[in-house]
Every structure is written in C-alpha cells, then in structure tokens.
Design a protein around this ligand. Structure first.
Ligand code: C2O
Ligand code: CU
Ligand code: CU
Length: 500
C-alpha cells in the first residue's frame, strides 16, 4: 500500500473552526448538553420521528440449507436495500439478505459452518468477520482478505466443543468498516451448547442494539469530523431495527436475553425500571454462576446474556443511564433517559418454570502468562498547514496492513496490559480467541472484575489500565483494535502474528 494512502486513512483533518469550537467547550459554564453543534457546521440535526411501541419482532433467521446433521450451510448477500424507519420515508441501507440487523445465525457446538458471502455492495470491497468466534485466521474476514464487489467467497470453519456463546458478524474492509456497519451490516451469531443448563422455558431472545441517524429526507448522513473523532453516535438507538418495541409477558416470567451492542460508538449503560437482572453470560458464553446486576454497561461490540425476572404487573422499560466516556468537541449526545425497550407485564401469572441453576459451567483460569506485553493507547493532534491532524495510535503507531506489530506463539498464555492514556474510553477487542480480564487499574487503584468470564471486547476507560490473559490456539495474523469503528479506521489497530 502507498504510504500516502495510508496516511490519509490514519489521520483526520480537523478544521480551524472545529478547533475553535473545541476550545470553547473547555470553558467553564459552556452548555455541553443536547445535540447542539453535533455536526460542527455540517448537516443540521434531524428531527425525524420514528414510530415507537410496535410489537418486538423476532430477528429473521438464516435458514440452514444443509440436509446433513452437523453442517450449517447458507448464503449471506451484502446488498443495498430499503427500509421504512419513519412514516413515508424510505431509507437506503446496506443489509445482509436485505435486512438490518442481518439474519440471526444459530448453530450448535460441533457443527461445521459453510457460509457463502456474496458481496453485492456497488463498488466496495467487503469481508465478513466472525467477531469473537474461534475460526482459523484465513476464514476470519480480516482486512487483508478482501472480497471484491460482485465476487463470492465461502467461509468455512468448525465450532469446537465448549464454544457456545453470543457472537456476531460484520464487515472488516479497512477504511470502510465503520460506514458499512452504520449503514446496516451487522448480525448476531449464536452458538448453542449441546446441553443447555438454562431452562428452555426461559426462551432465548436476541436483542441487537444499533444506532441510527436519519436526515430529514430519510437518508443516513455520511460521517462528520465529530463522528470520526468520537465515533458515530446516532439519534435513535434501535432494538432489532425497531425504536422502543414492546414485548408482553405474564407476570412472574423469567426470560433469557442476549444483549448485543452493535453500534459503532455508543456506550449503553442500561437498567430496567422494575425487573431484576441476573448476568449469566458474556461475549464468549456462560459464566460459572449467575451474578445479580442492578445495571449493566455494554461498550461497543460487547454482549451480555441475562435472565430478567418480570415480577410486577405493569409496564416496565429498559432505559439508559448517563455514562461519560469522554467526548471531544461540542455536542456530547444525550446518554441518559432513552427508553430502548418496553415490557408490558400482564396480570395473568406465568406458568411455573424451573429455577435458574446455581452453577452454569466451570471456567478454568488460563494460568500464569509466559509473555507480558503492553499496549498504550493515545490520541494525537498535530497542527499542519491545512488544520489539525488527529491520530489514534497504539504504542505510538497507526495501523499498517503491511506491518506485523507483534509475534506470538500458538498455545502460549500471554498477559496483555492495555493502557489508555487518551481522553476517551476505548473498547479493546482481539480477534481469534476469548480472553480473561485479570484486573483494572485507575489512579493507582487496582480492582478485580466481579466474575471470571470469557470476553473478546473490554472497555478501557480513559486513564485506565486493563490487564488480561489470553491464548491464541490457531496460527495466522490476528487483528486487535479499538471497537469504536471510526477509531479503528483512523489507526487504532494492530496485527499479532500467531506462529505454530
Ligand atoms: Cu468486531 Cu475486528 O471486529
Ligand atoms: Cu472481531
Ligand atoms: Cu477508540
């Protein structure tokens, strides 16, 4: 790749006007609330209203075309489609098989998966990345393995025993990931265990959160400077593509949910008004035991599995709480008080269901690391003739597809220390494996996570250090990056080459 092209991707030019605006925001007494200044002088804020309160729809499922047990075979076509989010407005989107979120894929541990990807996005390369899944490096839809527009390719991999979890899929072509995702390309991939410790009577409801921005004409505006710096935050958080959908359940219902943060950059700190939540699983599957939670924080790309108990008749809502993840410039979006989802708990009592087991599955600690590595996240700003250049760096470097950043050995446990010296939170993600968070450190205070868990994405708050252990079992190049997709685009990504 040409050095010039690479620099163009690795930095963003910020106009003098934007800098002046940022300086103003540092002044005491400035009003930071609301959406004012959101676009730094670009497209005006949309006032499009979306209908709310429709019945929560089940995600469409990807049908298995294989006639043989143990094989999951299907086709996913990325293509232009049109969706009516708002009354009388057609919104052009990108969808997998025409829908956004894409079809829900459900397979079982031990299955072999063969999914043919047809890239029908006009004039753009793409890939399908199997986020969090234990797939070989050459099947993982890395930015190095592009699928040209008009071309097809089949991804194939086995789902090993013990890999049950809440994964997802999305494109990963460098420089275009953020846009292809916010235009609609993302879907859930649930791997079920052969024997599920969670009672089937709890159901299994996937809720995919996305973040939509609509202009007055129904189109999705392009990313602005503010979006590139902070990551794109939209105007409407959608659940399975709907705004504030409604689910009706009898009182006493226990329901299993899988929450997916499939937004580019929105941090979701969530709580129900009434219902009580038990966390039973994370990105890479079940915990050892359920953990009660009053609220949860889902940073971009994270997933949680929950059992929610609806014990009081009446309406209940899933709503957002304030979370300050660091914001550059004006127009920090409103985080608090958004109603994402409503549950009408009826007066009819639910049929009795079996209790949630105390033990879900064992998780073995990965063990003492043989190697320690340190990754320092920084944001840089430099003045040049045309304005300000922003870069998002790991260990001082912006992503270069032709550079291997680190070399690791398959099967060896490593300790990764992720140090966030920047002004924003950065959700850190590694491909190809699941890791275990060991500790967090902030202002000299060390804390342990509340539970041992398998994760592929962890938020590293500004000023925080997160230490995690991981082991890559399959050779090949693997990406690691911030999952604010605009930051990944602007350079906050690296390659670990895993050697056999
Ligand atoms: Cu969701 Cu590089 O991944
Ligand atoms: Cu990934
Ligand atoms: Cu980031």
């Amino acid at each position: 790749m040409h050095r010039r092209g690479f620099l163009g991707l690795a930095t963003v030019l910020v106009s003098q006007r934007a800098i002046a605006q940022m300086k103003m925001d540092d002044m005491p007494g400035m009003d930071m609330g609301g959406h004012a200044g959101h676009d730094m002088g670009e497209a005006p804020q949309s006032t499009v209203l979306l209908p709310e309160g429709k019945v929560l729809r089940d995600l469409p499922r990807l049908a298995n075309e294989a006639g043989t047990p143990g094989l999951f075979k299907a086709k996913l076509t990325a293509q232009r489609a049109s969706v009516r989010f708002a009354e009388g407005l057609d919104t052009p989107i990108l969808g997998y098989n025409g829908t956004s979120p894409g079809p829900l894929i459900e397979a079982v541990e031990g299955d072999r998966v063969e999914i043919t990807f047809a890239n029908r996005i006009p004039e753009e390369t793409s890939t399908i990345h199997w986020h969090g899944m234990p797939v070989p490096a050459d099947q993982d839809g890395n930015p190095m393995d592009l699928v040209a527009t008009g071309a097809d390719r089949t991804y194939s991999f086995e789902l090993p025993e013990g890999s049950a979890g809440s994964y997802w899929y999305h494109p990963h072509p460098h420089g275009k990931t953020a846009e292809q995702v916010y235009r609609g390309l993302a879907g859930a991939f649930v791997v079920k265990p052969k024997i599920d410790p969670i009672p089937a009577a709890y159901g299994d409801t996937v809720l995919v959160f996305t973040d939509l921005r609509l202009a007055a004409d129904g189109t999705m505006p392009d990313n602005t400077m503010t979006d590139l710096m902070n990551g794109r935050v939209g105007d409407h958080v959608l659940v399975n593509g709907q705004k504030n959908p409604v689910l009706t359940v009898p009182f006493g219902t226990k329901r299993r949910f899988r929450f997916y943060n499939a937004t580019n950059a929105r941090f979701l700190r969530l709580s129900f008004d009434q219902a009580s939540m038990m966390i039973i699983g994370t990105d890479g599957g079940l915990l050892e035991a359920p953990v009660a939670a009053k609220e949860i924080l889902l940073s971009p790309a994270e997933r949680l599995e929950l059992i929610v108990s609806f014990d009081k008749p009446g309406p209940d809502t899933l709503y957002t709480l304030d979370y300050d993840r660091g914001w550059m410039g004006a127009g920090r979006p409103v985080d608090a008080g958004l109603t994402l989802f409503t549950v009408n708990v009826s007066r009819t009592p639910a049929e009795p269901v079996p209790p949630l087991p105390d033990r879900l599955r064992p998780i073995a600690f990965l063990g003492a690391p043989a190697v320690r590595r340190r990754f320092v996240f920084t944001e840089t700003m430099a003045m040049n003739a045309s304005g300000m250049e922003m870069g998002f760096l790991i260990n001082g470097a912006a992503f270069d597809m032709n550079r291997v950043d680190i070399v690791a050995k398959a099967g060896q446990v490593e300790l990764w220390e992720i140090v966030n010296k920047a002004d924003m939170d950065h959700p850190f993600h590694v491909h190809g494996t699941q890791f275990q968070v060991v500790e967090h450190e902030r202002d000299g205070k060390v804390s342990k996570p509340a539970y041992l868990a398998w994760k592929d994405t962890v938020n590293v708050a500004r000023g925080e250090t997160v230490r995690l252990v991981l082991r890559q079992d399959r050779p090949g190049p693997r990406m690691y990056h911030c999952h604010i997709l605009e930051h990944e685009q602007l350079g906050m990504m690296g390659i670990v080459d895993v050697q056999a």
